[in-house]
Ligand binder design. Sequence first.
Ligand code: DER
Length: 270
Amino acid sequence: VEQAKCSAAIAAVDKNVLPSVRVLGIGSGSTVVYAVQRLVELKDQNKLNPDLVCVATSFQSKQLISDAGLRGVDLDDLPALDSEQRCFKSIDVTIDGADEVDSELNAIKGGGAAHLREKLVANASKKLVLIADYRKDSQTLGDKWDCGIPVEILPLAWRTIKRQIESLCPKSNISSTSTVAIPVSADSAADAFAFQSPRAELRQAVRKAGPVVTDNGNFILDVAVGKIHDPRRVEHLIKMIPGVIEVGLFSGIAKEAWFGNEDGSILCRT
Ligand code: DER
């Protein structure tokens, strides 16, 4: 698996981090470590833009940037790209990992509890490139990733938020045999999407007592909903709940996804 991650990372960096790239977003997680290692190699070969600056997406990512001897910069310190100060996409390209990617390049992210800043940086990027091993390459979100959708929430009301997420779809519409289309709004069955009755679990830390606390001081609920046929709708439905800060569904954001396969081959989907 590590070799597959490494191959995908190298291929994605070589294809996307050209000398013309001046501002690069660096994601979080274990796969992106290989991308930064490749950046160091390119830097040593003078193949990077000499003015390259990197935007971190977490404390881990900030540490990767500084340990690699790359120049870090805060998102808000980047100059606007147009005179009217309107263009908010100040990052040329961002390279980041993912927990699962579907055939439309929608992704589940947040396995590393970093998706709030990752989505902020991805949204401010002209191009988001995902890198992953073959385990993340899916037809439909929820096929392979069984830890649920990471949702960053306000700690002070976590039980109330959990209850509201778990009440998102009336159980009465769930048939016992299969996932059924559940009208989200009473007025239109067209709003329906396949959605199991969600279960939200507060993510517990491993080497710290109590729940995971994100870099932003918040909690994570992992929301299991089964297969996600309409990621954008599920994302919006959860995001509308008061106290939800960010949902680990990246719908229609990524432009490219690179997967390392078990046999050493590499797959790029656009
Ligand atoms: O938290 C995140 O979204 C990370 O990008 C993560 O999910 C990917 O992690 P991995 O590269 O360690 O699989």
